[in-house]
Design a protein around this ligand. Structure first.
Ligand code: PMP
Length: 396
């Protein structure tokens, strides 16, 4: 028998979300998530993936993944601490440590999971966490799970951070204090002020944690936001994901040997959940090797990002203040942003709207993620569709 309370909870809340234009429909992709995708049998220029370097469909990664299915099978077979640590997981971690320039790395099943795991393994109810107000949901959930006091500071506002760090220290209420930030904020494409954060952290002895999900493969010629600022020795946790620029799946923390050792004995998703598959680990390792060998894909990504940005700006769209290839088209009202996205999709560009609660109310947008795999012709076609649709809707 189904619970009546559950049914009425679901009916009311789903109807309410639909009414307010906050209900996200899911469009399944038929086949690969490359620069052109097929949805409902229709080919669309894809400007909504995080596949920044095009590696999710790269032949070199596919080849390695196929090979290890033959040598290692399709699953890791057990959690890491029993006997599910395969040679391929260790190779991945070793390569990532080299890539990030740190002593060691621990990998997890996803970026989301990694934040939940790593924050709560180090922070507890006697601690405080200073968290940028626009941090990703997985950081927020990781902070909540830790039971530490969460103190939000205004987005990238170093005066506010300093003031709140000072108050937290002077209160004498906390054993440890962490400052945590996204490296690149994915909704606006802006970059965290890591030099400013490090300065405050040094003054107040704060633990530093950077979630570089959108910076790795993108900034610092691919090595990430921390490298971009030359702060490798100053950041305790360099967190990253293998699902975006790296093109596969998984998350990781790069840091000092003793930190990684601690996470291996204390972080629960490492202890109690099976690791990524052999094919995932091998493909991700291959991706890191490619990024260490050449910056060509990274350069192409920036070239395409700059091209799309210039084109949209010239058409008269508000593209915000992105400092990375992420290019939002800020529309404002949620329903208008969703309507614009719908029309773009009908016309041949898959550019998804992002609305509250992912971004603040009244800043609904269509977000564009150009990648290294797009050709100039694809971007020109997308711009032509933006122009036509934007004019039809009176947005430009
Ligand atoms: N952190 C940030 C900043 C992200 O944008 C995301 C993905 N949306 C994650 C963590 C989670 O990464 P994953 O998709 O690998 O779980």
């Amino acid at each position: 028998m189904t619970s009546k309370a559950l049914q009425s909870f679901l009916d009311e809340n789903i109807a309410d979300l639909k009414e307010r234009g906050l209900y996200n429909e899911i469009d399944p992709v038929e086949g690969a998530n490359g620069p052109v995708i097929t949805i409902n049998g229709k080919k669309l220029i894809n400007l909504s993936s995080n596949n920044y370097l095009g590696l999710a469909t790269d032949d070199r990664l596919k080849k390695v993944a196929k090979e290890v299915v033959d040598t290692h099978g399709v699953g890791a077979g057990a959690v890491r601490t029993i006997n599910g640590t395969l040679d391929l997981h260790l190779e991945l971690e070793k390569k990532l440590a080299e890539f990030k320039g740190t002593e060691a790395v621990i990998s997890y099943q996803s970026g989301f999971n990694c934040n939940m795991a790593a924050i709560s393994a180090v922070m507890d109810k006697h601690d405080a966490i200073l968290s940028d107000e626009l941090n990703h949901a997985s950081i927020i959930d990781g902070c909540r799970l830790s039971k530490a006091r969460i103190i939000r500071f205004n987005h990238s506002d170093m005066d506010d951070l300093r003031q709140k760090a000072k108050e937290a220290v002077e209160s004498g209420n906390y054993n440890k204090i962490m400052v945590i930030t996204d490296g690149v904020f994915s909704m606006d494409g802006d970059v965290a002020d890591l030099p400013g954060i490090v300065k405050v952290a040094e003054e107040f002895d704060l633990i530093t944690y950077v979630d570089d999900a959108h910076g790795s493969g993108v900034l610092g010629k691919g090595a990430g936001t921390v490298k971009h600022f030359g702060l490798q020795d100053k950041i305790d946790f360099q967190m990253g994901t293998l699902s975006k620029a790296i093109g596969v799946i998984g998350g990781y923390v790069a840091g000092k040997e003793n930190l990684i050792d601690w996470l291996k004995v204390r972080s629960r998703p490492f202890l109690f959940s099976t690791a990524v598959t052999p094919a995932d680990a091998a493909a991700a390792t291959k991706a890191i090797e490619l990024l260490m060998e050449s910056t060509a894909l990274n350069e192409k990504l920036w070239e395409n990002g700059d091209y799309l940005k210039a084109g949209l700006k010239k058409l008269g769209f508000d593209i915000g203040d992105s400092e990375t290839p992420i290019t939002p088209c800020i529309i404002g009202e949620e329903k208008a942003a969703q309507e614009f996205s719908k029309k773009l999709i009908e016309a041949g560009v898959y550019a998804k709207s992002i609305v509250f609660p992912t971004v603040p109310r009244g800043t609904g947008r269509v977000r564009n993620m150009p990648t290294a795999a797009h050709t100039k012709a694809m971007l020109d076609d997308a711009l032509a569709i933006y122009e036509k649709t934007g004019k039809e809707m009176g947005l430009i």
